[in-house]
Every structure is written in structure tokens, then in C-alpha cells.
Ligand binder design. Structure first.
Ligand SMILES: Cc1cc2nc3c(=O)[nH]c(=O)nc-3n(C[C@H](O)[C@H](O)[C@H](O)COP(=O)(O)OP(=O)(O)OC[C@H]3O[C@@H](n4cnc5c(N)ncnc54)[C@H](O)[C@@H]3O)c2cc1C
Length: 547
């Protein structure tokens, strides 16, 4: 005899289309990649399938293991993964999330790839790291045309080919980035890894790296001190002759989240590497890679926010408390709507930046200048919001949200990471200030973008006036306020012009209005939207339709 009936629990959130996401889809079309909609929906349905969700769970619950040696004591320096990891990687690579825009000249190709990355990332965030680094390596690698000619076709191939073999003997390659040392990650000028020129034009690298994610990749961009100063190198894990390169994996990090992915400590012992760009210009060269991964930090954060609010809205649509559905309780509706607004604002800005990337890659200098400033500010602010967003989404599920199998703890542990790597919070905010000072044209195009929304919303207009005033005297100690304000104004301008009217209005009322006072405006926690917000309409946009 059953002891009780199970009821008032929501149905499993599987079998839905992650890409059924109005803010993302309208941005996809607006930014020139409407042609990719079918493929994005395909990936969205895959990501929302029970199978992909199970793969994501398994890949995280069976984290990678380092195999430094084989049973006979020979060095192996290999990482062993659960089969679910390989399945996730296979899909990501097959859909070109690691490189498709580099072999597809259609305008909008980077936006299409951004949408795929955004949708498929819902299955698991960890494997998006090597996918992102492979996508990002190409612009930096092109500083060495000979190497780009050799390796770019393999980096861009839609073939996932895992294993320790020489790069040119593989069907497809993955890339990583190796900059951070024990004594400094933000300040890479402190790097001590040495690069000694060899007779044949290559270099031998000796030193260490404190963080190198996805060490099972094939090629790594490494910073090291050459005779001419800090320089960027391409380092293969296996030498062309088939022997292991001098790249020793010391340990894998025991990380807070991102557990499906491997992040290693590495030692280089006379490791073969080839110069990329000029000696002494290593930071300028590798920054091209960092700038591409920063876009993915924003996209990945948008994915996490969308996943959080979707799970929360789904739960609230099915769970009853005190005689009413949670979603119909005014205070819960305010929490969910606030989470949805944050998620839509982040997604909208992320896709504007993906569009700017697409146009900048095709030679549009205005868009490159816009991207320079807007990406730094948005990376700062979007990533800063992620942990608070994940915590609030988790709480919408009550106790269930704190339990591992809900998926919420994984989302929560992942949330702080995008703010740390590729320029930690302060560094990203300071980078926005640096762009303002060194490239004043980036401020001009930024305001030209924002001014396109002028007159549409009084609160936005006033926020822009305040921002212009503050930016006239940017001080380092206030870099966070300035980056936050820039990011909010950009999000507001985009939503006012292109967003859902209820979302845009609530965004301006909560994030832009300068009405001070506890009860007039927005509080400091989510769920404090001003009275009169059309919460039901907003929450509807975040509630998944199950097949
Ligand atoms: C999971 C994970 C994976 C990673 N993978 C890689 C990888 O693949 N390759 C790689 O090269 N690195 C990787 N990193 C390292 C990462 O990029 C660095 O941790 C990051 O850049 C910060 O460097 P740091 O840890 O040395 O901290 P520090 O540079 O010491 O910074 C510490 C704090 O000081 C702040 N700070 C720094 N400078 C200033 C300043 N001028 N003013 C005010 N505040 C400042 C920072 O914002 C930060 O909050 C990874 C890190 C993690 C957590």
C-alpha cells in the first residue's frame, strides 16, 4: 500500500525548446541572423531534451580525472572524461559553436553562432569553455598567417576528435589559453615563463601556469617572456613528430562549479611553441582572443539567467501554496517578473554585442569602437548580476531549489565564474574606463547608439544625462558605478527600442528611474518592482511551453 500520494510537484521540465525565447529570437533577427532560426530551434529542442539534461547532470557528477602517468610510469598527461562530456562536445562541435563563423562568410554568422551557444549552453556550462576558447583563438592566430593557414581549417572543422595525436593528424582541433601564473592573472606582465628561441625559428618554453582550462585541447595560446619581451605563442600538446610536448599537467583544480570541465595547473619544460605576432606584443595579440571569450562570458551569463528564470517560472506555474498557484501570488509574480526583466536585458545586450562582433569582424570600425566600450561595461555588470539572480531563482523553488537534483545548485555554483575569468569584475570595470580614455570615439558611438532611443522614455533620457555628467570626470575608484551605469543605460535603450513594452517599462521604472526613497522605486533585492508593473505579461514570456 502506498503511504501517500505525491501531488503539488511540477512536471519535469524536459521536452521543451530552450530557444523558444522571445527576447533572443527577436534579437537574432534584428542582428542579421534570422536565417539561422531553424538550426537554433533544433539546438534548443536538443538542449531541452531529457537526454541532454541527463548528459549535463552526468558530466558534472562525474568530473574529469587527471591521468599523469600510465601503469608503467610513463607520462601520459591526459584527462579522462565521462562519456556524457564527449556527447555534449560532439553536439557543440557538430553545430559549429566552436568555429562556424570562421568558415561561413554570411553576414550574421557570429550572431547565429551566439544564438546556438546561448541555447545549447543550457545543457551544461562546463563544456562551453573549450568551445568558447576554440572560437576565440582564430583572430589571435591570424597574427601568424603561416600557422593560421596550417591550423585554422582544422580548428573550424565540425569534427570532435578527442585524444593525444599530432594536430595535423586529427580531423578537428580544440584550443585553450594559458596566461595566468601563480603570482598574477590580471597582471600578466608579471609572467615568468621563459621562451628561448631555437635554431629553426621555433621557441622552447619553460615555466608554469596556475590555471589552464580544458588542458585536453590540442593547441594553446601561451604567454611567455621572449628576448623581446612578453610574447604570445602557439603551443601544441603533441609535437608534429608524434611525441608528447613538454606540457606537464600537475593537478586539476577542485572548483566551486564548472565541474564537468577540467582546469589544470601546468608546467612547461622546454615545450615547443611558435611565435604568434611580434615579440614583445604578446598582450596585444592574446587580447584578441580574450575579447572574443568576453562575449561568451556575457552570452553564457544570459543562458544561466534564462535557465534560472525558466525553471522558477515553470515551478511557480504548477506549485500551489495557500490555495493559489505561486505564479498568481502578487509577490511571487513580482520576483519572477524582476528575474525575467534582468534576463531579457542581459540577452538583449548580449545579442547587440554579438551583432557588433559580426560587423566589426567584417571591417566596420564604428561597431568595433562600440564593442570595445560596451562589451567591457556589459561584461562587468551582467556577470555581477548572475550570482544574485541564480540565488533568487533557486529560492523560487523553496527547499527543492537547494537540492542538487533540481539543477539549481549547479546553476548557482557556475554563476560567479564568468565574472572572474577573462577580466575579473574590477578589471572589466577599469577596462571600460581605459576605453573611454584611450579611445574617446568609443564613447561617441556608445552615446550615438543610446541616443537612438532619445525621447522614447523620460526615465531613460534622464539616466543618459546623469551618465554623461558622471563620465566627464571618470575616476578609478568609481569605475564600478560608471560601468554599471553604462551597462544599464545600454540595456534600457535597447529594450525601449526593441523590447517587449511591459519589460521595457518595468526596466526603466526599476533600473533607470532616479526617484530615490524606499517605496517610490526599486528595492535592492529582486521582487521589488514598482506598483502597476504588468508582471503577468512579463512572466508569461519566461514560462516554458511543454510539448
Ligand atoms: C575556473 C577557472 C578557470 C580558469 N581558466 C583559465 C585559463 O584557461 N587560462 C588562464 O590563463 N587563466 C584561467 N583562469 C584564471 C583567471 O583568468 C584568473 O583567475 C583571473 O584573471 C584573475 O587573476 P588572479 O586569479 O591572479 O587574481 P588577481 O589578478 O590577483 O586579482 C585578484 C582580485 O584583484 C582585482 N584586481 C586586479 N587588479 C586590480 C586593479 N588594478 N585594481 C583593482 N582591483 C584589481 C581583481 O578584479 C580580483 O578581484 C581561470 C580561473 C578560474 C577560476
Amino acid at each position: 500500500m502506498p503511504t501517500h500520494e505525491v501531488f503539488n510537484q511540477p512536471p519535469a521540465l524536459t521536452g521543451y525548446d530552450v530557444a523558444d525565447d522571445p527576447a533572443m529570437l527577436s534579437a537574432l533577427r534584428r542582428e542579421g541572423a534570422g536565417w539561422a532560426e531553424d538550426a537554433v530551434h533544433e539546438l534548443g529542442r536538443l538542449a531541452g531534451s531529457a537526454q541532454a539534461q541527463e548528459q549535463g547532470r552526468q558530466a558534472n557528477e562525474n568530473p574529469p580525472k587527471l591521468r599523469t602517468h600510465d601503469r608503467f610510469g610513463n607520462r601520459l598527461d591526459e584527462v579522462e572524461f565521462h562519456p556524457a562530456w564527449h556527447e555534449l562536445m560532439t553536439v557543440a562541435v557538430r553545430y559549429g559553436l566552436h568555429a562556424a563563423p570562421w568558415r561561413d562568410s554570411r553576414p550574421g554568422a557570429h550572431v547565429a553562432r551566439a544564438a546556438g551557444f546561448y541555447a545549447w549552453g543550457a545543457a551544461d556550462a562546463g563544456h562551453c569553455c573549450p568551445i568558447s576558447m576554440t572560437y576565440a583563438v582564430v583572430p589571435a592566430l591570424r597574427h601568424a598567417p603561416g600557422l593560421a593557414g596550417r591550423f585554422e581549417p582544422l580548428l573550424a572543422a565540425p569534427e570532435y576528435d578527442f585524444g593525444l595525436r599530432p594536430a595535423e593528424a586529427k580531423r578537428g582541433l580544440l584550443a585553450g589559453m594559458s596566461m595566468t601564473e601563480k603570482q598574477g592573472g590580471s597582471d600578466v606582465r608579471a609572467n615568468t615563463t621563459r621562451a628561448v628561441p631555437a635554431d629553426d625559428g621555433s621557441y622552447l618554453l619553460t615555466g608554469h601556469k596556475w590555471f589552464t582550462s580544458a588542458p585536453m585541447g590540442d593547441l594553446f595560446m601561451v604567454l611567455a617572456q621572449a628576448p623581446g619581451g612578453l610574447s604570445c605563442f602557439l603551443l601544441p600538446r603533441v609535437r608534429p613528430d608524434g611525441t608528447l610536448n613538454g606540457m606537464r599537467l600537475q593537478r586539476l583544480k577542485d572548483k566551486l562549479g564548472n565541474r564537468s570541465n577540467a582546469s589544470a595547473e601546468v608546467e612547461y619544460d622546454e615545450a615547443l611553441a611558435w611565435l604568434v605576432g611580434e615579440e614583445g606584443r604578446g598582450v596585444r595579440t592574446i587580447i584578441e582572443m580574450v575579447n572574443m571569450t568576453r562575449l561568451d562570458c556575457v552570452l553564457g551569463t544570459a543562458t544561466g539567467m534564462r535557465a534560472g528564470v525558466t525553471m522558477a517560472a515553470h515551478h511557480a506555474a504548477h506549485r500551489t501554496a495557500f490555495g493559489r498557484k505561486l505564479a498568481d501570488q502578487p509577490l511571487m509574480a513580482s520576483v519572477l517578473a524582476d528575474l525575467a526583466i534582468e534576463s531579457e536585458a542581459t540577452t538583449t545586450a548580449a545579442f547587440r554585442l554579438a551583432g557588433a562582433t559580426d560587423r566589426a569582424v567584417r571591417g566596420d570600425e564604428q561597431e568595433a569602437a562600440f564593442r570595445r566600450l560596451a562589451l567591457a561595461a556589459t561584461k562587468y555588470w551582467a556577470c555581477k548580476r548572475a550570482p544574485a539572480h541564480a540565488a533568487e531563482a533557486l529560492e523560487c523553488l523553496g527547499g527543492n531549489g537547494y537540492v542538487e537534483e533540481s539543477g539549481m545548485p549547479r546553476l548557482y555554483r557556475e554563476a560567479p565564474l564568468a565574472s572572474i575569468w577573462e577580466g575579473s569584475g574590477n578589471v572589466a570595470a577599469l577596462d571600460a574606463l581605459r576605453a573611454l580614455k584611450r579611445q574617446p570615439e568609443s564613447a561617441e558611438v556608445f552615446f550615438a547608439e543610446v541616443d537612438q532611443a532619445a525621447g522614447a522614455d523620460r526615465r531613460l533620457d534622464q539616466a543618459v544625462i546623469r551618465l554623461r555628467k558622471e563620465l566627464s570626470d571618470p575616476s578609478e575608484a568609481r569605475a564600478r558605478q560608471l560601468a554599471e551605469a553604462m551597462a544599464l543605460v545600454l540595456q534600457g535603450a535597447l529594450l525601449v527600442r526593441h523590447g517587449d513594452p511591459a519589460v521595457a517599462d518595468a526596466f526603466a521604472a526599476s533600473r533607470l528611474a532616479d526617484d530615490g526613497g524606499f517605496f517610490a522605486g526599486w528595492g535592492r533585492a529582486f521582487g521589488t518592482l514598482p506598483a502597476g508593473t504588468d508582471t503577468a505579461a512579463i512572466v508569461r514570456r519566461a514560462t516554458p511551453g511543454l510539448a
